[in-house]
Design a protein around this ligand. Structure first.
Ligand SMILES: [Zn+2]
Length: 78
């Protein structure tokens, strides 16, 4: 109850994530997974975020990670 109220006022801080899930091929349908092929879900609000296995980091802001995302995409295309 308090957490939901907090999220409603301040927005979710996304502090707890599920274990990273890697999807392949046709299963790669969510926007989050399409970026790196792996995503995590916020356990509080359910939002999905791309996850970078190499950096062991959640990509919360694609703009800030644009260079990294471009290199990942290039690697996958090769
Ligand atoms: Zn969240």
């Amino acid at each position: 109850m308090f957490v939901e109220l907090f999220d409603a006022i301040f927005g979710c801080r996304h502090s707890r994530y599920s274990f990273p899930v890697t999807v392949r091929g046709a299963a790669r349908r969510t926007k989050a997974a399409s970026l790196t092929g792996t995503y995590v879900a916020c356990l509080d609000c359910g939002r999905e975020f791309p996850y970078d296995w190499q950096e062991m980091k959640v990509v919360t802001s694609p703009e800030r990670h644009r260079a990294r995302v471009v290199s990942l995409a290039a690697k996958r295309a090769a």
